[in-house]
Design a binder for this molecule. Structure first.
Ligand code: CP3
Length: 342
């Protein structure tokens, strides 16, 4: 096993951590903007395998990251379950909403998503042929709670209010929605693995708004069920879980869900994570993405502080959230140099 990312995920403590970045294929890169213009719009880019593979490869060519992440979006699963999905220019995603037990029941069966998602599997197949031999290929899906927040509200929301309201008014119907997404996610990630994904990641971007029993029921339980099903079918494929802004609930998350690695946002310190989270295995994170805009000595100091704090155990260097469109590509190169020379 030579790929650095797979070694870290297997629990190896490495002198230099593998590096990749959330949203590494994105609008901060001029070559991404050119390919997206060629595709016409964001969803056409996701569903055109040659172009989706091309934007996945762009940051690998430019920066030599240790991993490539499939170019797609977490909202393709709701679309495959029957929701309408579109991206309003400059406004982010819009979906038709699911707010009643009948509407949940009317979603497509979880195993009938593959017609719609077949182009994504084709992108994975192209990538597994074309990636450099040292670069690991990461597949992904949204975690059920985060996907549900968009399906219920029909858009991104600052506090996930509509999903909380549905959960609080009709817990059984809301649980049926979570279960349907959970089953679809198992089918989707299995198909990505069968097409060539070597690692999969679950993005629970809004996990931080779940507290107490809700965190157990809607962040931990679905992740545990997805990971158990994937491990049953593909025991060798590691899973990264990202319960963003989970705070003290990062502690024990890997043990509770069976994840091989917990990815952390930048609201927790690397020193704290070394003591409380890395004791259970590999961690990923957690540079503040703003440093990719501001750069300079602060970026270098922060990247090296995180690298050193997590050097005593398995670690994958990453940002605490996605790189933003206003980031400077020069700062990405500077970050990589800082981590590799820490
Ligand atoms: C919540 C969420 C979404 N999508 C995703 C999440 C979870 C991670 C997170 O919290 O950011 C995950 C995602 N989205 C995208 C990827 C591709 C792989 C990567 O490079 O990380 C991944 C892993 C491409 C994308 N997904 C999107 C873009 C920008 C679209 C564009 O090119 O205009 C990209 C590159 C669009 C998107 N997609 C989504 C939103 C809210 C938006 C609009 C916000 C924005 O514009 O950044 C839903």
């Amino acid at each position: 096993m030579t790929k650095l990312l797979l070694r870290a995920l297997a629990g190896e403590t490495l002198p230099v951590p593998p590096i990749w970045m959330m949203r590494q294929a994105g609008r901060y890169l001029p070559e991404y903007r050119a390919t997206r213009a060629q595709a016409g719009d964001f969803l056409s880019l996701c569903y055109t395998p040659d172009l989706a593979a091309e934007v996945t490869l762009q940051p690998i060519r430019r920066f030599g990251f240790d991993a490539a992440i499939l170019f797609a979006d977490i909202l393709l699963v709701p679309q495959a379950l029957g929701a309408d999905l579109w991206f309003a220019a400059g406004e982010g995603p819009r979906l038709s909403t699911v707010t009643t037990a009948d509407e949940v029941a009317g979603l497509k069966p979880a195993d009938q998503i593959h017609d719609r998602l077949a182009p994504v599997y084709e992108t994975v197949r192209i990538l597994s042929r074309e990636l450099p031999r040292d670069t690991a290929l990461i597949g992904f899906a949204g975690a059920p709670w985060t996907v549900a927040t968009y399906m219920v509200a029909g858009r991104g929301t600052p506090d996930q209010g509509p999903a909380h309201a549905f959960k609080n008014e009709d817990r059984a119907a809301f649980t049926a929605l979570i279960d349907r997404i959970t089953d679809a996610t198992i089918h989707y990630l299995s198909a990505q693995i069968e097409a060539g994904a070597e690692v999969v990641k679950l993005f629970d971007s809004w996990a931080g708004s779940l507290k107490g029993r809700d965190f157990d029921d809607f962040a931990i339980a679905p992740a545990r069920r997805i990971i158990a099903a994937l491990k049953h079918r593909h025991p060798q494929v590691p899973v990264i879980a990202f319960p963003r802004e989970a705070g003290d609930r990062y502690v024990g998350f890997a043990r509770a869900t069976g994840a091989d690695c917990v990815a952390m946002d930048n609201s927790v310190s690397a020193e704290w994570a070394a003591r409380h989270v890395q004791v259970d295995g590999c961690v990923q994170g957690n540079l503040d993405p703003r440093h990719m805009v501001t750069g300079g000595p602060d970026l270098v100091a922060e990247a090296q502080r995180i690298t050193r704090a997590l050097r005593g155990g398995p670690h994958i260097f990453n940002l605490g959230h996605g790189i933003t469109p206003d980031a400077d590509p020069e700062n990405v190169a500077l970050m990589i140099k800082a981590v590799r020379s820490a």
